[in-house]
Design a protein around this ligand. Sequence first.
Ligand code: FE
Ligand code: CA
Length: 522
Amino acid sequence: MAGGIGRRLFLGGMGATIAAPALAQLADAGFFADYPFKLGVASGDPSADGFVLWTRLAPDLSEPGAGLPRRPLPVRWEVSDSRTFAKLAASGEALARPELGHSVHVTVSGLAPGRPWFYRFIAGGERSATGRARTLAEADADVQQVRIGVAGCQDWQAGLYTAFAHLAREELDAVFHYGDYMYEYGPRASFLDRDTGLQVPSVRRHEGPMTFSLDDYRRRYMLIRSDIDLQNAHAAHPFLMSFDDHEVVNNWVSDIAPDGTPPELFRLRRQAAMQAWYEFMPVRAEALPGADGLSGPWRHYRFGRLVDARLLNTRSHRTDQPCGDRFGTFCPEVNSPRAEVLGRAQEDWLVDGLTRRPGRWNALLQQVMMMDLDRARQAERGVNPDSWAGYAVPRDRLLRRLVPVSNLVVLTGDEHQHWAGHVRPTGADPERTPAAAVEFVTTSISSGGDGPGERAEHAEIRRRNPGLVDVCDQRGYSVMTATPEAWTAEMKVVDTVRTPGGRLSTHATFRVAAGASRIERA
Ligand code: FE
Ligand code: CA
């Protein structure tokens, strides 16, 4: 999007009442060849007076254009304080534009804070499912409890989205999605079980090859979004959306692809991937990739005075992974003074915001592990180079700058396991150095397939890392509950993602007392 004018015009068309008669009426009943709301509804990016509502017209899921005429189509949206929609709190008409695959992003404002709202869409005489959104409390409100779900890493081929079916039934203020919403791979008959080294048959198959073009990514998101368990989770809660690597390609950072694709070519693929991500996510218009192709701005969500949550982007502005991105190795590059994870602009925004006006609890919502765990299997020492541990200088600088901020909680994904532990400056002795933060890493929804819980390598990981409290290889999600007295993390697991009906249980519950920066088992 070159320059400000295009962006302004674009924003003006979002959620605004359609003034120009040339843009056609709402289509009549029977306009669509089939039900147009097959991809469900979603809400996200809440503020104290509104949120983003999302849907996408898609009567035909067999082609990336969804069988729609290539022109803008009006869609009516309604928001009410009751499921019956007896009285509307807000309503209007938005345009589903062909440039954005007939996705609809409505930015609703002017609503009362800190309460649930119901929403739905209408087009061509058809009505969508009803979703439930929630406005944030006012920034200075005296909130007594906040519950945030955490989920991500949902490889379609590795397992069913049973964990999302359970997540949909939780009572939550919001869900943080840490990324890997889609995986770029083509169809696979089997995948590697990292515990046994054996191949496990895929539970279901991707349609279409490895994703490169905008239509490839659209097709993949349409497949994933057709899942009813995922649709129920979106309809039940507002999501705080981010992306990690697989929304583009495994382990990309900045304009660097791990396979050595020239940056000027990789940028084209990233641009296509980021457009598709925007099209399918309930995010604000600022998240549309700009001329630099870098979408996914960092965002701030304040749940009254109780929780200040800041959603970070650890991919777009990061320097290349050290040590050739070889897992469990160590090299001098880990200590490079030129390394960056967030980039200076994002880091300054984070530090300034948190030091100026912290919440009782301060949550960093982000993608890759912040603990500097020793992940070597035989060598003296080794890190995961695609985590903060591979970037010692910006990691320690951030922890130093956040010293004035107490009750810091880091929420992370990417690892396909539940982890709980303490974040300290690189190499600090856990016996002598108090933790700068606690970190809860939430396991995958499906990626990796059914896990054993305890892996063969866990004993060695625990031995090498006394600051680590827990690790568990099973699929699931987590629920974080903040009160003025404590932060509680419930790490939930399902017994299987290979067959429908997997049962939910709580693997572990952890408690952090306010002011303690110490994880205890509850
Ligand atoms: Fe993943
Ligand atoms: Ca990842």
